[in-house]
Design a binder for this molecule. Structure first.
Ligand SMILES: *Cc1c(COP(=O)(O)O)cnc(C)c1O
Length: 240
């Protein structure tokens, strides 16, 4: 049993339903299922371990201290099951990055979706521990140019790509957005930017990830070119 009267059977059912929705939306645009990132913020390690044992590989977290603790707990839980021990969990940082948190982020995560300034990329690059693979990074774009939102402005993107692609310990994979609530054409505009950057920077041979779409709009995001949807509440239930 997991918390909040939410059984592991229920959790696994929600996850299967989301996987099915992702597969259906992907097939509708003639694509293989896009990557499903399960956003586990505020949810216990046991829920992550349950899904990881069932085959879910990618998990996203927003709050650093919570994530550091949870990553260690999940590792322990999976080590207790022979089946689970073989699961290779991939952790994605999707929260806002404060400058003084880059060292921990560079140590425990495999992906970071929220690069918005060169100084943050430089610090992650310098602080990525030796012996680990390159840190996969996405640039967050403030696609609707909202005062309150993180991300670089669309007009700043080209120069940020130009600097981030030069860091040896980072692998720049693409873009991430959180569109404004009002229905707009943010997905289309982001897909255009994504394609423009690929043409402008042909040396980016691993430019393959467009992180957009959440529980409420994943189908629409996939229809417009998303390659990775970040889904929390539709899998784990509402957050407190
Ligand atoms: C919480 C969060 C999500 C998941 O949101 P849901 O609506 O619960 O699917 C996705 N992306 C980011 C950046 C988030 O903070």
């Amino acid at each position: 049993m997991t918390e909040n009267n939410f059984s592991s059977e229920q959790l696994l059912q929600y996850w299967q339903d989301v996987k099915q929705a992702v597969a259906t939306a992907s097939a509708a645009v003639n694509r293989d299922p896009v990557t499903l990132l399960a956003v586990s913020k505020t949810k216990p390690a046991q829920m992550v371990a349950t899904l990881a044992t069932a085959g879910q590989q990618h998990f996203g977290e927003n709050y650093l201290q919570e994530a550091v603790d949870k990553i260690a707990q999940v590792k322990q839980l999976l080590a207790q099951t022979t089946e689970g021990a073989r699961q290779n969990v991939v952790w994605h940082y999707i929260g806002h990055i404060q400058r003084n948190k880059t060292r921990d982020i560079a140590q425990v995560f495999d992906w970071v979706h929220t690069i918005e300034r060169d100084i943050i990329a430089k610090r992650l690059n310098d602080q990525r521990p030796e012996g680990l693979p390159k840190l996969n990074v996405l640039i967050q774009v403030n696609i609707d140019q909202e005062e309150s939102k993180s991300g670089c402005l669309p007009q700043e993107l080209d120069s940020l790509v130009a600097s981030v692609k030069g860091y040896d310990n980072l692998c720049l994979r693409g873009l991430m957005i959180i569109p404004s609530k009002e229905g707009s054409d943010a997905f289309e505009r982001t897909k255009q930017l994504f394609d423009q950057m690929q043409q402008a920077h042909p040396e980016l041979t691993q430019w393959d990830t467009l992180s957009m779409g959440m529980s409420a709009d994943m189908t629409e995001a996939i229809a417009h070119g998303s390659t990775m949807v970040r889904v929390g509440s539709a899998i784990f239930g509402a957050r407190e």
